[in-house]
Design a protein around this ligand. Structure first.
Ligand SMILES: Cc1cc2nc3c(=O)[nH]c(=O)nc-3n(C[C@H](O)[C@H](O)[C@H](O)COP(=O)(O)OP(=O)(O)OC[C@H]3O[C@@H](n4cnc5c(N)ncnc54)[C@H](O)[C@@H]3O)c2cc1C
Ligand code: SF4
Ligand code: SF4
Length: 456
């Protein structure tokens, strides 16, 4: 039931979050609602899931709002809840140790998004009876915009869910399938999923025992479901329903986007077209997200953008793993000891090096983006005293203004339809500038790298 704008802003439920454009589409509110089906995430046809709150049956408990990480996310408080103290490392949050790692089994390594750690670690936990199931996501069978959130109870189900799907999946809605079931479960999610789960944990203490392992994926940004229409348009198809499957990382790591069409053909997109998707379809909320490395997860996994990995041509890729809690430590060490995962300990600086671009973007650019969006009267999240610790530079403000303009324009259906019709070569220069203005902030460092040997 949708109410007019001003009433939605005053609502003591998550309609307020949707009205402020602060939703991550994480699904925590759906799981937290004490009455069945009052908060639902409806149809994603316009690019996102939208909240439907049955306001007649809705009381005044505001539980959905209290677990929601969209507007209120006190990072100091949550760090203290999870780790017993505020984070001391601004880039990475709390950690015990960091690794360069990959699945030992060749097939698992190749199938995974960046080394198959997530699928293999959970596979080990299921095999050893440490977990009874894991909440994961598979592409939808009928339509890609209706993904299947499932509780994988076998390794085969886990393997079928491997790989990254670069859209905002409401993973925490999957909690509904385990809250009343016996057993202990694992969850995989993006940083914002973990934020929601940690807030929910604070309200419902029994969740801590029920969800025994939270694996977070590093995340720079996501792209909405309407991006699938744009991808289809690049290969001359009318809309996303022409696509049977998207392989976001086809071929050797880091791979290319491969579209498997319903007629059986496979088409690949260029790197530039990937940038265009980010420019047009990045959710507004992603741009004020401060967490690149899933700082509140038990253990976090992401790409190893290191020269020695990037330059490999043999497809033998590895991931960065950040072990944060004792739960993460026990599971990871056991899987390594049992030979399921191969790992080499590295310094935290290596993880920062591997994620440098997006860490600078998220941490240093945050204050500028929060300010620019607030100046424009947009909803902005509150992160407590640890929110935007770095001072932004002038270029960060330029990127923030550019984002605000592009994001506002690209949300219009007419603009999106027009962009679907334009050839890639027309859009490419804009996407190039956008990516560099928004993401490649450390121009001095880049220049130093490029000039490298020439400098004394
Ligand atoms: C939207 C998005 C943005 C990302 N951005 C970055 C980045 O900027 N830098 C970086 O280093 N890494 C990023 N990653 C993480 C990276 O792509 C890998 O997922 C991660 O390194 C784990 O690889 P793996 O081989 O261990 O995972 P796999 O073994 O392939 O398992 C992946 C698991 O993730 C689950 N999953 C897939 N898509 C989603 C989703 N949208 N939401 C929640 N769970 C999902 C699957 O169900 C599966 O269980 C991103 C991932 C996503 C989904
Ligand atoms: S809990 Fe998640 S899905 Fe629900 S309103 Fe908040 S951010 Fe959106
Ligand atoms: S950038 Fe942040 S808000 Fe966006 S999908 Fe990633 S974790 Fe969620």
């Amino acid at each position: 039931m949708t109410r007019p704008g001003i009433q939605r802003l005053e609502a003591r439920n998550v309609e307020r979050i949707a009205a402020l454009d602060l939703c991550h589409y994480c699904g925590t509110c759906v799981a937290a609602c004490p009455k069945d089906n009052l908060v639902r995430l409806a149809d994603s046809a316009q690019g996102y899931y939208f909240h439907v709150v049955d306001e007649i049956a809705c009381g005044t408990c505001d539980l959905c709002l209290r677990v929601c990480p969209g507007e209120e996310l006190d990072l100091r408080h949550l760090n203290t809840q999870v780790f017993g103290a505020p984070a001391t490392n601004v880039e990475l949050g709390h950690f015990q140790s960091c690794y360069l790692a990959h699945a030992s089994e060749q097939d698992a390594r190749q199938r995974g998004a960046s080394g198959g750690i997530t699928t293999t670690l959970f596979g080990y936990c299921l095999d050893q009876g440490l977990l009874d199931g894991v909440i994961v996501a598979e592409d939808g069978a009928a339509s890609l915009r209706e993904p299947r959130l499932l509780v994988a109870r076998t390794r085969a189900e886990l393997v079928a869910s491997a790989g990254s799907k670069y859209y905002p999946l409401p993973m925490m809605e999957g909690l509904l399938q385990v809250l009343r079931a016996p057993g202990r479960y694992g969850v995989v999610g993006l940083p914002c999923h973990v934020h929601g789960l940690r807030k929910f944990e604070e309200l419902r203490r029994s969740l801590h025992a029920k969800i025994a392992l939270q694996v977070g994926l590093f995340c720079g940004y996501s792209t909405d479901f309407a991006s699938l229409d744009f991808l289809a348009s690049r290969v001359g198809a009318a809309g996303m329903e022409a696509i049977a499957r998207v392989g976001f990382r086809d071929g050797h790591w880091p791979g290319r986007i491969a579209l498997e069409l319903r007629d059986g053909s496979v088409r690949h997109l260029s790197r530039g077209e990937r940038d265009m998707v980010a420019m047009i379809h990045m959710p507004t909320r992603c741009v004020t997200c401060p967490d690149q490395t899933a700082e509140l997860a038990d253990l976090a996994v992401g790409d190893a953008w290191l020269p020695e990995i990037v330059s490999r041509k043999d497809g033998q890729w590895s991931a960065m793993v950040v072990v944060r809690t004792s739960r993460g430590r026990e599971a990871f060490d056991a899987a390594v000891k049992a030979g399921w995962i191969e790992a080499r300990e590295v310094s935290p600086e290596k993880v920062v090096e591997a994620q440098q671009n997006l860490l600078v973007y998220k941490k240093r650019g945050m204050r500028a983006r929060l300010r620019v969006l607030a100046w424009l009267g947009k909803g902005t999240p509150r992160y407590g005293p640890e929110g935007a610790p770095y001072r932004s530079r002038l270029l960060d403000y330029v990127g923030a203004v550019l984002f605000a303009i592009v994001n506002a324009a690209a949300k219009r259906a007419t603009v999106r339809r027009l962009l679907c019709r334009l050839p890639s070569r027309v859009i490419a220069p804009f996407a190039y500038v956008f990516r560099h203005a928004l993401q490649s902030y450390d121009l001095r460092a880049r220049l130093r790298r490029k000039l490298g040997d020439l400098l004394p």
